[in-house]
Ligand binder design. Structure first.
Ligand code: BDR
Ligand code: CA
Length: 318
């Protein structure tokens, strides 16, 4: 079977970086480009981080298009620093990227790529969805042309990780999420309900680092601050593989329990701004707009992730 062709829209970010590595390590996936957005950290750093991780993985031929520096209406907070470190990617010492971002803005790049090959490209959004929402507003012809969008974001029954009710990516730009959720594009949502079941532990990092490779070292260094954060605030040894889990939609869909629901997002400015909610009881009678992963065999995914990181590490050894 031909690999699934994807563009990842991203705000790297520790787990974003791990997502690029997993995509590169997966023969089922053809990673065609990265488009960057502000989120975990500002746009200069997310763009540089994207380029640096590609450099580290010997994949600097993959184009990176720089996107939006601000959410649609709100201001970007700096809460990502505590989770991802001030560089955006933990304590990692990433190489200076030799490649530059392409000239085109991410919004225009997405429009051009999607319209050039209708129904061929899947978009994976693992940061705030500002770029996609504005691309839809700028050229709605992309709606029927995009094959699907797979989103890491939201929380239906699991509570929030940035406010008690909201997940980070959706909270950072709830208006963008609102545009995308109601766009009519086929959507698969991977919320915290599933991602918190996928915990990479310090024992996993030790296992990976038996291989002497810049990739294995990077995974350890990148996740160190992330794991400290989880230990301090969430009380467990490990970190959630939020963004990498989106790729299981391609490489291991059998791990998920999916349901179709009508899902919306709170764009008011109150305490529940950014809250995503599903009409589980069908009270609105609105048709389902989103396929959502409410459960996943988390440890099986972490094992798969580790195997792929081991293979990639062996191919880029010291
Ligand atoms: C999401 O927020 C970010 O901090 C992570 O990179 C992930 O995309 C999890 O809520
Ligand atoms: Ca992210």
């Amino acid at each position: 079977m031909n690999p699934t062709r994807i563009i990842i829209d991203t705000d790297p970010g520790v787990d974003d970086a791990l997502t690029f590595l997993l995509a590169l390590a997966s023969p089922e996936i053809q990673l065609e480009a990265l488009t960057t957005v502000c989120g975990n950290i500002g746009i200069d750093k997310t763009t540089r981080n994207a380029l640096s991780v590609l450099e580290l993985a010997h994949a600097s031929h993959i184009p990176v298009a720089r996107g939006c520096a601000d959410p649609m209406l709100n201001k970007l907070g700096n809460s990502g620093d505590a989770v991802h470190g001030t560089s955006g990617i933990g304590k990692s010492n990433l190489p200076e990227p030799k490649a530059q971002p392409i000239e085109q803005h991410a919004i225009d790049y997405l429009i051009e790529r999607i319209l050039a090959e209708p129904q061929q490209i899947s978009l994976y959004t693992i940061g705030p969805m500002t770029n996609l929402a504005l691309a839809i507003r700028k050229d709605p012809r992309i709606v029927p042309a995009l094959k699907e969008v797979v989103i890491m974001g939201g929380s239906l029954r699991a509570g929030g990780n940035i406010t008690p009710q909201a997940e980070f990516n959706i909270h950072a730009d709830p208006h963008a999420a609102h545009v995308v959720f109601h766009s009519g594009i086929p959507i698969t949502l991977i919320p915290l309900d599933a991602t918190y079941k996928c915990l990479l532990t310090s024992a996993d990092i030790e296992r990976l680092n038996k291989i002497k490779s810049p990739i294995a070292r990077f995974v350890g260094d990148a996740t160190a601050i992330y794991m400290d954060f989880y230990k301090k605030y969430e009380g467990f040894d490990g970190c959630a593989l939020h963004d990498p889990l989106t790729l299981a939609v391609i490489i291991a869909p059998e791990l998920f329990t999916f349901e179709d629901h009508y899902i919306d997002v709170d764009i008011s400015t109150g305490v529940s701004m950014g809250n995503t909610f599903a009409d589980f009881m069908k009270v609105t009678k609105k048709p389902a707009n989103i396929k959502v992963a409410l459960n996943v065999r988390g440890r099986d995914f972490v094992e798969l992730f580790l195997e792929r990181m081991e293979t990639l590490s062996r191919s880029i050894a010291d």
